[in-house]
Write a new protein. Structure first.
Length: 251
């Protein structure tokens, strides 16, 4: 039985899909951080991951990536691994699969995760979209690879995870200029400073690709405002914790 994590209504009508975002839990070390790469005691994180994996049937496997704030998206069906957790040696920020019982996991702590699903083609994808990945339009790379594997743009649904929102995300001109074409996502606050909303950027990119607006769900949570629930790198002054945004096909 799944824990009471954040889930996405857009997938509710399909019993074959499992998708959501984990939340903090002070009953576990590091408040249930699930990131191996951030310097915490690895044994403690592995225990957290063991608890996470026990929310899924024992036959499921778990894919992660070595997220590098780029725009590369990989087809993990081409990766052969017998490990329960695999993929962390792959430098990429997105992945796609048509296999059942593979949980795609994106680790975040202010950045956005995109979780995508075509129920007709039975293809899922997940991507890590920080400002660098969003500026490089990783959403397009994710959707393009899903289409290459047989997905239909008209039937793809996408959930955008909790992330830092415009209310709390101030950037300077060097970052803001990457998004001037998405004017709705920027609010100038002072000389050389803007507030940026990556959820608006990614939604606009998805719409430009042809994803239907009714097939996009944006989480209402700002990770900075809701740092009691989610890890926030900015709010928590460089915290090392990460929560997982996950998607899998059960059948």
């Amino acid at each position: 039985m799944m824990k009471s994590w954040s889930i996405y209504k857009i997938f509710n009508n399909d019993n074959s899909i499992i998708a959501g975002s984990t939340t903090k839990d002070t009953n576990f070390d590091y408040s249930y951080s699930l990131a191996i790469h951030t310097g915490e005691n690895v044994e403690s994180i592995e225990l957290n991951r063991k608890d996470f994996s026990e929310n899924f049937p024992s036959s499921f496997k778990f894919a992660t990536l070595n997220q590098v704030h780029g725009s590369k998206v990989v087809d993990i069906d081409k990766i052969n691994s017998s490990s329960k957790w695999f993929g962390s040696d792959i430098d990429a920020d997105g992945m796609v699969t048509s296999k059942k019982k593979i949980v795609l996991n994106i680790l975040t702590a202010d950045c956005m995760a995109l979780l995508a699903y075509d129920s007709n083609a039975k293809i899922i994808g997940a991507a890590h979209a920080g400002w660098k990945g969003s500026a490089k339009n990783i959403a397009k790379n994710l959707i393009d690879l899903m289409l290459k594997k047989g997905a239909d743009i008209k039937s793809i649904k996408v959930a955008l995870s909790p992330s830092i929102r415009a209310c709390c995300y101030e950037v300077d001109c060097s970052v803001a200029k990457e998004f001037f074409e998405y004017s709705d996502a920027l609010t100038k606050t002072s000389h050389n400073k803007w507030h940026l909303d990556l959820s608006i950027v990614n939604k606009l990119q998805l719409l430009n690709l042809g994803i239907k607006e009714e097939n996009i769900e944006v989480s209402p949570y700002c990770t900075s405002c809701s740092s009691d629930k989610y890890f926030s790198y900015r709010k928590e002054c460089g915290c090392s914790g990460r929560f997982i945004n996950y998607i899998a096909m059960a059948n």
